[in-house]
Design a protein around this ligand. Structure first.
Ligand code: SF4
Ligand code: SF4
Length: 351
């Protein structure tokens, strides 16, 4: 891998975003991000967010340019004459050391050889020069569905490829924003932080051990799920049409780091277990293998739900009694000739 790095400092006023989805990818994260509103992609590109550098986005799904015109900024960046840029990688990274006579994934041709230029060659050339390297979606962060047991490409996440101790020209590790696909605003918030940091207006982005932004992935699905009260009362769904807790029909929410139950999908609407779809752990490094088969009860679920089933009905009965009581108005609220509210005047008048 090339080790030469471009000298960059914070206080950048113009940044390119070179976004490749040429790995093992479905482009679902790109599509997802077009639904963001906090901020929207348009807000960032049109300069509606105060303090941000001018941003030039190069993403093949959204670009006007095609073919060589689209590749030009990538080629310039690889030669070190584009200016500061953030590399966004979507899709898992195939192992080209086992590609036989061919290649697993490529983006354009190498002008010198005329042969397809593999994604890994691009990454080798671009990552060390990038001010920041961001992996979007679970495939790029941890390997994801393409890296499941039995896959032929030996693919992996970006930090597996570059090394978990990799540092970009802006001295950041790979910034991971997992999700399959990524929750739109999760990515845009992360990008906003990185851009503000590049502008010299934000401290270093806080990341956890798995290189995820801590404010987005520090809590579990269960901790934000509005069905958790059913769980706590030992009241579990037996089928997929029930509004109750779905832990017994496949929900992994209690052990999964994700904020979708709290945040919703678009503008607070949608989600997963909060609206009836079991959490399959799509943000997690162990996804999908450690969560399959998805529709079975998670192994730990029967223990915890068993315990809740013992005390839940008792608590539910007590609460239903209190609930019935507080559902009735106080008895003095009625039409009758005498006041029965208990009012006691402090004085009864003069004389
Ligand atoms: S549906 Fe899942 S996330 Fe929601 S309360 Fe039940 S176990 Fe927790
Ligand atoms: S709630 Fe579960 S399935 Fe839904 S996005 Fe989060 S991790 Fe994925």
């Amino acid at each position: 891998m090339e080790t030469e790095t471009m000298t960059t400092t914070t206080g950048l006023d113009e940044v390119h975003i070179l976004w490749t989805s040429e790995g093992m990818s479905c482009d679902g994260d790109t599509v997802s991000v077009t639904a963001a509103t906090l901020p929207s992609l348009e807000d960032v590109l049109l300069g509606a967010v105060p303090g941000l550098p001018r941003v030039h986005l190069h993403n093949k799904v959204l670009a006007y340019e095609t073919g060589e015109d689209f590749l030009t900024p990538f080629r310039r960046a690889a030669q070190g004459d584009l200016g500061p840029f953030i590399l966004v990688v979507e899709g898992s990274i195939p192992n080209e050391e086992i590609n036989g006579d061919g290649y697993w994934s490529a983006m354009g041709n190498d002008p010198e050889t005329g042969q397809p230029m593999t994604l890994t060659e691009w990454i080798d050339r671009l990552a060390p020069r990038a001010w920041a390297v961001v992996a979007i979606g679970t495939c790029a962060t941890y390997g994801g569905i393409h890296a499941m047991a039995g896959n032929p490409t030996g693919c992996m996440g970006l930090a597996d490829y570059l090394g978990w101790d990799f540092r970009s020209a802006g001295d950041l590790p790979v910034v991971n924003v997992p999700g399959c696909p990524v929750q739109p605003d999760n990515f845009m918030e992360t990008l906003l932080w990185v851009l503000h940091q590049a502008a010299g207006l934000a401290p270093t982005i806080p990341l956890d051990d798995q290189l995820r932004p801590t404010w987005l992935f520090g809590k579990t699905v269960h901790e934000g799920c509005d069905r958790a009260a059913y769980y706590e009362q030992g009241d579990f769904a037996k089928d997929y049409n029930s509004p109750k807790c779905q832990v017994k029909i496949g929900c992994w929410g209690p052990v999964v780091n994700c904020n979708v139950t709290k945040r919703g999908w678009m503008d607070g609407v949608g989600g997963c277990p909060n609206v009836g779809g079991v959490c399959i752990g799509c943000t997690m490094p162990g996804f999908p293998d450690k969560f399959m088969p998805f529709m079975d009860e998670p192994p730990g679920g029967s223990v915890s739900s068993g315990l809740m089933s013992l005390y839940g009905p008792f608590v539910r009965t007590l609460r239903s009694v209190t609930n019935a009581t507080v559902n009735k108005e106080p008895r003095w609220r009625r039409r009758e000739p005498a006041l029965t509210s208990g009012y006691q005047p402090r004085w009864t008048g003069r004389g």
